[in-house]
Design a protein around this ligand. Structure first.
Ligand SMILES: *[C@@H]1O[C@H](CO)[C@@H](O)[C@H](O)[C@H]1NC(C)=O
Ligand SMILES: *[C@@H]1O[C@H](CO)[C@@H](O)[C@H](O)[C@H]1NC(C)=O
Ligand SMILES: *[C@@H]1O[C@H](CO)[C@@H](O)[C@H](O)[C@H]1NC(C)=O
Length: 404
């Protein structure tokens, strides 16, 4: 009885996923051939065929580009052509139908030229730090061999001249947009709208990337590839279970590295700014940061937890990766200075806490979410020693590490 109910649920889920694909736009795909083709495929087959069809399309355009112009290179064309043949036969008999029916949504990574990471910055009056920060991020991406861009909401346009120079100096890496003191939530949303990368990293204008190692970037990428429902990876502090923890946790998480990626990380309930990485697609699907909690000109201190809560409730997952070796620029930040304290913390604590409550109820769902996070953790990770369990401790007075 239980078993067949389970099968029904699986079947219902499969149908929902199918319906979601077919109705990816406002209406289902209008072609009869596509509707019958797509209905014969399971989700994984569709995803694989789409990837294969786009690999062929990418190679076809690369070959045409390589043939044009004075730099045409016969051995490059020969190499591309042999890849094309191999990819065509891999895609097999379904290639034409897959091209017609499955490639209306591009996988940007199949084609050249898009940045992997768009680092988003909200900038306000820290001229001493511009070059050190831009250099540290540019070098971090170069060491990782990953294309990045730094999209900056310059919130004090009187420094436009300095930023124009930076654009020229960093040749395409830095992309500024100028606003008149709209502050964090609006600034990051604006920057995200300009960003072209697959993944966004919300960064702060007083932070420098680690100067030696770029493993955090390759680890982020590995996590996003291996865990398709993981939308957000925080790298500042985290909560495994907000209502059962006296304060935010940070530093290395206690699970053994995850066997899929070899990366040491954890599922968590909430992470905060910054840095905080999020799939660009998820950021857009979730509607970005809530802009209603703060007035233009005020800081945004609740947007991070609120975004994580929406992510979990929309079916995404949130994780934490400890970023070792991050540095500050040696100057005090603006959020905690006394003139800003009331506007920033007092007002927002009030507005956002009630807005958060209105959206999600008065915390009644919190422990259920904590349990979901705990189950994902104990199912996905092992501990080197039982006493490493992060649950049932002073820092997290919730749960234990029993698997079932
Ligand atoms: C021609 O293409 C081959 C293969 O891609 C490459 O190794 C070689 O450096 C290219 N030669 C020139 C002159 O660009
Ligand atoms: C397909 O094309 C890629 C390059 O785009 C190449 O690396 C790969 O070897 C090709 N062959 C197969 C079977 O995928
Ligand atoms: C661990 O947690 C589970 C689920 O909440 C509970 O049933 C079990 O009694 C706990 N075990 C211990 C040793 O506390």
């Amino acid at each position: 009885m239980l078993k067949s109910a389970g099968c029904d649920i699986v079947a219902a889920l499969a149908l929902t996923l199918l319906a979601r694909y077919v109705a990816a736009g406002p209406d289902p795909n209008p072609l009869v051939i596509c509707s019958s083709f797509v209905h014969k495929l399971i989700r994984k087959e569709r995803a694989d065929l789409r990837t294969e069809a786009q690999a062929v399309q990418a190679l076809l355009s690369q070959i045409e580009l390589a043939r044009l112009g004075p730099t045409s290179n016969a051995s490059e064309i020969a190499e591309l052509t042999s890849w094309l043949t191999a990819n065509q036969s891999k895609a097999g008999a379904h290639l034409d139908a897959a091209s017609l029916c499955l490639t209306n949504r591009l996988s940007p990574s199949a084609f050249n030229g898009r940045p992997t990471f768009s680092i988003l910055l909200e900038y306000f009056k820290r001229p001493w730090g511009i070059h050190r920060m831009a250099t540290s991020l540019r070098d971090a991406c170069a060491r990782a061999g990953l294309p990045c861009e730094l999209v900056v909401n310059v919130d004090n346009p009187h420094e436009a001249g300095a930023w124009a120079e930076v654009v020229q100096q960093y040749r395409g890496f830095v992309v500024p947009v100028f606003s008149a003191n709209v502050h964090e939530a609006r600034g990051y949303n604006r920057a995200a709208g300009l960003a072209r990368g697959n993944y966004l990293i919300i960064w702060q204008d007083d932070q420098l990337a680690p100067s030696q190692s770029s493993t955090w970037l390759t680890e982020l990428l590995a996590l996003f590839h291996a865990w398709p429902r993981l939308a957000i990876v925080g790298m500042n502090t985290y909560r495994l279970c907000k209502d059962r923890e006296p304060t935010n946790r940070f530093l290395t998480t206690s699970w053994n590295p995850d066997p899929r990626t070899g990366v040491r990380w954890s599922f968590v309930q909430l992470v905060d700014f910054a840095p905080l990485a999020i799939r660009a697609s998820a950021f857009s699907e979730l509607g970005g940061l809530e802009e209603g909690f703060s007035r233009p000109g005020d800081c945004g201190i609740w947007g991070d937890w609120e975004l994580c809560s929406r992510a979990w409730l929309a079916g995404w997952q949130v994780g934490y990766l400890y970023l070792e070796g991050r540095d500050g620029d040696g100057h005090e930040g603006g959020t905690h200075t006394s003139s800003n304290a009331e506007r920033c913390w007092g007002r927002q604590q009030h507005v956002a806490a009630s807005g958060f409550g209105k959206r999600f109820g008065q915390g009644s769902y919190q422990l259920e979410l904590c349990e979901r996070v705990r189950q994902l953790n104990v199912a996905s990770f092992d501990l080197a020693r039982p006493e490493d369990c992060p649950y049932g401790t002073e820092a997290t007075k919730f749960g234990n590490c029993t698997r079932y």
